[in-house]
Write a protein that binds this ligand. Structure first.
Ligand code: ZN
Length: 308
């Protein structure tokens, strides 16, 4: 038997509220691409709680995901799901970055994690018939774990958004609303908390980039994507070896794009269609004191990404 080609993954890494879900949906418009959403959540909670897929069905009624889970784990087997979940907790956190960077062995259980992951991704490839799977799980730890699996050929898109806009977006609480894709109540997050986490996650993605090398990672600023989607989609297309020009033009013309079968991720995936917008309302609405607090804490990071 011919050795099979490694499965191709376009991984979207970064912090929440940075446009990762809309990029996932946009890439999923291409005929060779499956926009799969935050795959990490499928086994962690989406399947278990029967949460909604972007197609509008609860996940267990979604024809695509039930076929994938059926192929991945016969029945599907709840033991496999929970075993995999425990392995995810072990290998998809930030600690894997430290372990890989210090050259520590990942241990025997990593082989099991790798095998399950590869089989899950292969089931997604075979059930969708697509060549590239978009995984917008965001977590830098999961990206590092996937990068250690030989059967996976991964490219990472590091999505960055001005942290002040992220902090403003997280200051607003949301009630639980499962049908619109909100599985639990979202409490308001303090500027201090967001500043700290936004920096840590983005720095972790940068460490990952250094480890994987520039040909495997590209950085996209959400603001550039929103203001010039044609140019940014062209860059991403060159990076992934895909012609994304048509999608870039549609986004530029404000044409809404329809989600596919994204799991978890931003609630906008449940809207039936989404249009790209450069949301800069925080500049006018976020109290100056809070903007200054964020700048005091993370000014150097904002400068690093050209926001100050
Ligand atoms: Zn679905």
């Amino acid at each position: 038997m011919m050795p099979s080609q490694p499965a191709r993954i376009a991984y979207i890494a970064g912090y929440g509220r940075s446009g990762t879900t809309i990029l996932d949906i946009a890439l999923g418009q291409h005929g060779a691409v499956l926009g799969a959403g935050e795959i990490t959540s499928l086994t962690r909670h989406v399947w278990r709680n029967n949460e909604y897929c972007a197609c509008g069905n609860p996940i267990r009624d979604c024809s695509f995901w039930s076929a994938v889970c059926q192929e991945w784990s016969a029945n599907p087997d709840p033991d496999l799901m929970s075993e995999y979940c425990a392995l995810q907790t072990k290998f998809e956190g930030l600690s894997i970055l430290i372990r890989v960077l210090s050259g520590l062995d990942l241990g025997k259980s990593f082989a099991k994690y790798a095998r399950h992951t590869e089989r899950l991704i292969n089931a997604m490839v075979s059930r969708s018939g697509k060549q590239i799977i978009v995984d917008s799980s965001k977590l830098p730890g999961r990206a590092m774990a996937l990068a250690q699996i030989p059967g996976i050929d991964m490219r990472v898109i590091h999505m960055v958004r001005d942290g002040r806009g992220v902090a403003w977006s997280l200051l607003k609480p949301y009630e639980r609303d499962t049908k619109s894709g909100l599985q639990k109540e979202i409490r308001r997050k303090s500027v201090f908390r967001t500043a700290l986490r936004w920096s840590v996650v983005n720095l972790a993605v940068e460490y990952l980039s250094r480890k994987l090398g520039p040909e495997k990672v590209m950085r996209v600023r959400y603001e550039d994507f929103a203001s010039d989607p044609v140019a940014v989609m062209q860059q991403i297309g060159a990076f992934l070896d895909l012609d994304l020009h048509q999608i870039g033009s549609s986004l530029k013309d404000g044409e809404p794009v329809g989600p596919g079968h994204q799991v978890a991720g931003n609630r906008l995936r449940m809207n039936g269609s989404v249009a790209l917008s450069k949301d800069e309302s925080w500049r006018a609405r976020m109290p100056a004191g809070q903007q200054v607090s964020f700048e005091r804490l993370c000014g150097w990071m904002l400068r690093r990404y050209g926001y100050l």
